[in-house]
Design a protein around this ligand. Structure first.
Ligand code: SAM
Length: 316
């Protein structure tokens, strides 16, 4: 990749500053560029992102060593400046001054899209307040990849970032989301995963969910199932290695819960019983429909017993 490959300008509709001749040659517009970087697999970076990173005056990053590794893999020699939550208040005015002077600055985080549970919001705000053009190169973001791989509805979703670490505030935060008709997406630390899933099951009721672990990496894993089963799995298996995102089905709503007739429910349970236990059939349908597991367990048990009786009566 040539260092000064043109980076397609963006930002139509935004107020433009005069572009210095040197920048026009380099092909990158002045302003603040929010650039997404890989969340695991280093190949997951766009050509345009690499062009911008190679062309800007400065790359502001959380960890210069980490970003340096990404850039050197792509033969990019950029001028890095450290920008993280502990020095942001001190470094921000310097970056804003550079931007006001017509420089181009790219902001990257350690992984994924900057500002998504990562530094950058205050820099963007300060840049906009100073009339500086803000644009970006979209790319990887763990919550979006987890959402689309979860198998849960994607038409409406709510990103909750990291839930509170302590159980009390976490349960309170979850209770506030109980009636949201949107798929829920959370970051979670592997250490707290089992407890957090158990709190979700308790606070939200039976819901389908998915735990996305180590996305785009060698040991990528998607574990899908009812919340309480996922909680039980991680409780007995222990904290998984790596990074995780939890995706949970939204509130199915009373209408959806009661939309299935009793005959529908029995039909679905009958099919599930052909391949699984009474407990599994009840759990699966409960997670899918939001109907109470106890009610479905009782129906599945009655169905299973009726089948056994029928089978016995038919024996020669
Ligand atoms: N800005 C980043 C993004 O857009 O993906 C997210 C940064 S946030 C500080 C880090 C959290 O993102 C991790 O704790 C984990 O929940 C999630 N995460 C990041 N990379 C991941 C991956 N490869 N697989 C699963 N989760 C990941």
């Amino acid at each position: 990749m040539p260092e000064n490959a043109p980076a397609t300008p963006a930002g139509a509709g935004q107020s433009r500053q005069e572009t210095p001749a040197s920048k026009q040659e380099a092909g990158v517009e002045p302003g603040l560029w929010l650039v997404a970087t890989p969340i695991g697999n280093l190949e997951d970076v766009s050509q345009r992102a690499l062009s911008v990173l190679a062309s800007v005056d400065r790359v502001a990053c959380e960890d210069t060593r980490r970003t340096g590794r990404l850039l050197s893999r792509h033969d990019i020699a950029a001028r890095l400046v450290s920008y993280h939550e502990h020095n942001a208040a001190r470094v921000r005015p310097t970056l804003i001054r550079m931007l006001k002077d017509g420089s181009s600055v790219a902001l990257v985080s350690d992984a994924g899209t900057p500002l998504i549970s990562d530094p950058g919001y205050k820099l963007v705000r300060a840049a906009l307040d100073a009339g500086i053009r803000v644009t970006g190169c979209p790319g990887p973001s763990a919550p979006l990849l987890a959402l689309v791989l979860s198998g849960l509805p994607t038409d409406r979703f709510y990103f909750g970032g990291f839930l509170p670490a302590k159980a009390g505030p976490r349960r309170k935060a979850l209770a506030a989301l109980k009636s949201l008709d949107a798929t829920l997406v959370f970051f979670e630390s592997p250490r707290r995963l089992a407890a957090s899933l158990a709190d979700m099951a308790e606070a939200l009721g039976p819901r389908p969910a998915a735990v996305a672990r180590e996305l785009t990496k060698l040991h990528e894993e998607l574990r899908r199932g009812p919340l309480d089963q996922l909680a039980a799995h991680y409780d007995s298996a222990g904290a998984p290695k790596g990074e995780v995102v939890v995706v949970v089905g939204g509130d199915p709503g009373d209408a959806a819960r009661s939309a299935l007739s009793d005959a529908d429910i029995d039909g679905r349970l009958g099919r599930l019983l052909a391949t699984g236990t009474v407990r599994d059939a009840a759990a699966a349908l409960s997670a899918e429909t939001g109907r109470p597991r106890r009610e479905l367990y009782a129906r599945a048990l009655a169905l299973s017993q009726a089948r056994t009786r029928k089978g016995c009566a038919g024996d020669p």
